[in-house]
Design a protein around this ligand. Sequence first.
Ligand SMILES: [Zn+2]
Length: 536
Amino acid sequence: MHGMVIRGGTLIDGTGAPAVRVDLAIEGARIAGLVKDYDAKSASTLDATGMIVCPGFVDIHSHSDFHLLGNPLAESKVHQGVTTELVGNCGGSAAPLLGNAREAAIDHARNLLVDVDWTSMDEYLLRLNNIRTSVNVATLVGAETIRRCILGDADVQPTGDQLDQMKRLVADAMLQGAFGISSGLIYAPGCYAKTEELVALASTAASLGGMYASHIRGEGKTLVRAVAEAIRIGRESHARVEVSHHKACGQSNWGLVRETIEMVQKARSEGIDVAFDVYPYIASRTSLDTILPPWAREGGKEGVLMRLRDARTRERIIKELETPSDSWEAMAAEDGWDNIVVVDFKTPGNKRFENSSLLEIAKMVGKRPVDAALDIISEEDLQVKAIFHEISEADVITVIGNTLSSIGSDGSAEAPYGPTGESATHPRSYGTFPRVLRRYALEKNVFTLEEAIRKMTSWPAERIGLEGRGILAKGMAADIVVFDERTIRDCATFEDSHKYPEGIRAVFVNGALTVDNGEHTKERAGQVLRHKTSIA
Ligand SMILES: [Zn+2]
């Protein structure tokens, strides 16, 4: 086949410019032209009459690093129109893997039936390239991963020599293709990094043109302080800063995002390039053990398990969980155990608790919720996740409606079958982009369709430093979504999470038709993207 014309559709180019009625021609992996009433009899045609034609969505905040190796079809992402994923977020990347970083990666990959047979960023990207994924992939290098390589899982500070080694690993990863660095400052051992360490690593990335994306140090009562730290890192490292999945957690903190957005705007006016991304849901999802105080999470899995088994240490943890201090985020104590729903159990005996709240589980087993939580963390070897219902809809609208926000799912490429289909997930992995179009653009009129699409395409592409994608124009990559604005909607819910959206007519990845009438064609035309400074 030699070229394809998408005929009769309404084109939204991703820049925010108004929609126009024009045909789009694809030649190979690129856009050959935007032509009024295209006349080429040799090309095959896709009839897009009555539909919107726009760039493929760029998921600026994804966690598919290992998922794509387990299932390269990227089902839950490409079905919603995502054509490029940025992985390596929240401090954790799939490379480099030295020392404790390797063990952590093997632990994570095992659940997805993936063999960890690489060490460097270059080897990981080659592995992705060889498996041929259905979406394009770009990655950041994780500051926590780097820390684990050199310092392990302990609550320690690097010597000058160790910091130099860490900076060298960041530079190597950048030269091998990473687009920048990420941090995850609520996770252990990432949370042990002081601001100076992050400035040092972000400076190395920035000197090679890389961004700094951060799951900041607190999203609850310490939110303002945490955003201030991200801005400081931008000021001192000169990196572009992306505050990841921006939100205020816990009812007493709702509304703080208005203050933090003002801080970001002020920083921008001072020349610091800060922005943020957001997912369209009022619940988050992460590891259940993040409810533990930082000191209890030191020393990796074995350290945590030992503390939970020791009666006196366990009592101390419980006491702190019930009386939150100002120095960490006691999400549980904040909004109550009924707002924490546990998912992703691996132990057969615990499967019956899947998708139940800690309050419900506590009743089932006749324990206090705090005891049920600690027992589950221990029995599941820390591999269990939770959905925290802790965000307000008004805040989602404030953040999503701001011109600086990109849309990022914070989810992974999952499938209803295989290992990912065995437990409930957060619906964001399946529904993020159609949900923004349906709920926030078409129903609530928070913004126009053109603006919604800009937040999913050209804006995140600019933040990441992706070249040749995110806009429909001649010569750009033919990453394209065709959808019906009358029917597009997300179908995944917290009760029934593995559901593909409706209303997506077609998705092209590098010119290859990958979703056709809602069905995956099994095409795997995604490319592994390497940052422009890479020499690999
Ligand atoms: Zn995160």
